[in-house]
Design a protein around this ligand. Structure first.
Ligand code: LLP
Length: 437
């Protein structure tokens, strides 16, 4: 049996009787016709299944707080789905907090992360009674204490630490290694703790936070991370006589973008995490802490696909055939940023199967704007619709208006029903902030 994050395609993806690709009862060529392309499509059924798997897998631990890492995909509708599923949120900016608020989410299960939070952002977080702030550095400790003092509050925090663990993922999405811009190095932790105890009276330290990286396939690194966090808690207990009772282990579980990717499933991660907590709490004689996890990618990637229309093509005899689509690096910068790989398929029915090896290029003025290098597609022609899988995470949230293109719309589908949850940008919106002087 495979779990959502181990599948390339959303649940219930198939060819329908007309021969078109269909997800959750929605014919993708109909969606492309109705909403136009490029189009982000999110399948609610797949998204909910993964969220419920996470909840069930981690229900083996009683002091559990499930958070969704908003940076993977944040829209008002998505926030509201996770809220109704009982998730808290990891937010990293004023904008993400604003979207949460717009979705009617209170901040009682939200953590504010980030390595350079602005004063306005911290103020907004405190005004909205955010549950935790994960403080990243000394500058922030002082700033936060000042703001909390002004507002007459005592803000509960975690300390973000850099556990010195390297995981095998793209170097741009590793975060736990020593040479990282994020968090306190372990040798700075004591100073931070003593400052909080002695000087920063408007801050209450509840626990430690770490995040070791993203798109992780190994399991040992998660155990190592927990060992480091609990060792620190034990050290702090021995030295300062306070026992911190919360750990946030971040996110990072990988997904299958292409067949060769082999991430573990969420039950395995839950098992390893909980066993590691029990093991090291026993060893160090600690109470079992409240556990926060904050996955992003693995909750939303597989539920999302992007639909494009194929336009021009270029055949370089003996070298390669390029086919170009009506989107690219502005709606999905991941291939050009991280050499990320994707799988795709022609949506519309074809009378026969004539495989052709092509490279799928975007429409942007950059040679690096390639969505998929060397993929076999069924005789791709201008006007065909191409579906690229696993685009639910870090595509819309990292999209841009490069080359003056409009950001695509997003539809949420569920059992034959489709609803716009993000409208396509308009030309008016593109220039709405421009000023002529
Ligand atoms: N918690 C913290 C503190 C994080 O920094 C992140 C991701 C997460 C949780 C969620 O990690 P996930 O479960 O999604 O792996 N743009 C890159 C990924 C950057 C991840 C940044 N931090 C990409 O497209 O691959």
């Amino acid at each position: 049996m495979s779990f959502v994050n181990q599948n390339v395609k959303p649940l219930n993806t198939k060819r329908n009787e007309a021969g078109n690709l269909e997800i959750s009862g929605c014919d993708l060529s109909e969606l492309a016709k109705k909403y136009s392309t490029p189009l982000y499509v999110m399948d609610e059924v797949t998204l909910r299944k993964m969220a419920l798997d996470y909840k069930e897998a981690f229900s083996i631990y009683k002091n559990m707080r499930m958070m969704y890492a908003s940076k993977a995909l944040m829209t008002t509708a998505i926030a509201s789905i996770f809220y109704n599923l009982g998730f808290g949120f990891d937010v990293v900016s004023l904008g993400e907090m604003y979207i949460l608020k717009n979705a009617g989410v209170d901040f009682s299960h939200a953590t504010f992360n980030g390595n350079n939070k602005g004063k306005d952002e911290l103020e907004y977080a405190l005004e909205n009674d955010i549950a935790r702030i994960s403080v990243d550095n000394f500058y922030e400790l002082e700033l936060l204490n000042e703001i909390a003092h002004e507002k007459g509050k005592i803000q509960k925090i975690l300390l973000r630490v850099t556990p010195g663990i390297e995981c095998h993922t793209h170097e741009y999405i590793q975060t736990g290694q020593l040479d990282s811009k994020f968090g306190f190095d372990l040798n700075m932790v004591d100073e931070a703790v003593s400052l909080i105890i002695e000087k920063y009276k408007n801050i209450e330290l509840k626990g430690l936070h770490a995040h070791i990286g993203s798109q992780i396939f190994e399991t040992q690194v998660f155990e190592d991370e927990i060992q480091v966090l609990l060792e620190e808690i034990k050290r702090i207990k021995d030295k300062f006589n306070i026992e911190l009772n919360e750990i946030n282990v971040g996110g990072g579980l990988g997904v299958t973008y292409v067949d060769t990717d082999a991430p573990p499933d969420v039950y395995k991660i839950a098992d390893i995490t909980v066993k590691a907590i029990k093991k090291y709490c026993n060893l160090y004689n600690l109470k079992e802490p409240i556990l926060y996890i904050e996955p992003g990618r693995s909750l939303v990637a597989t539920a999302g696909v992007t639909l494009y229309t194929i336009g021009s093509s270029k055949n370089i005899e003996g070298i390669r055939k390029y086919i170009s689509v009506d989107g690219g690096m502005a709606d999905n910068p991941r291939p050009s940023m991280y050499s990320a790989e994707y799988f795709g398929e022609i949506v519309n029915a074809k009378t026969e199967y004539i495989p052709q090896k092509v490279t799928v290029a975007g429409k942007f003025c950059e040679s690096g704007d390639i969505l998929i290098k060397d993929i076999e597609l069924n005789s791709p022609k201008a006007g065909d619709i191409l579906c690229i899988y696993d685009t639910g995470a870090y595509c819309y949230s990292m999209s841009s208006n490069y080359n003056g293109v409009l950001k695509p719309a997003m539809v949420l589908i569920n059992n034959g029903k489709s609803d716009i949850i993000v409208r396509r940008q308009t030309l008016e919106q593109l220039i709405q902030n421009d000023v002529i002087v």
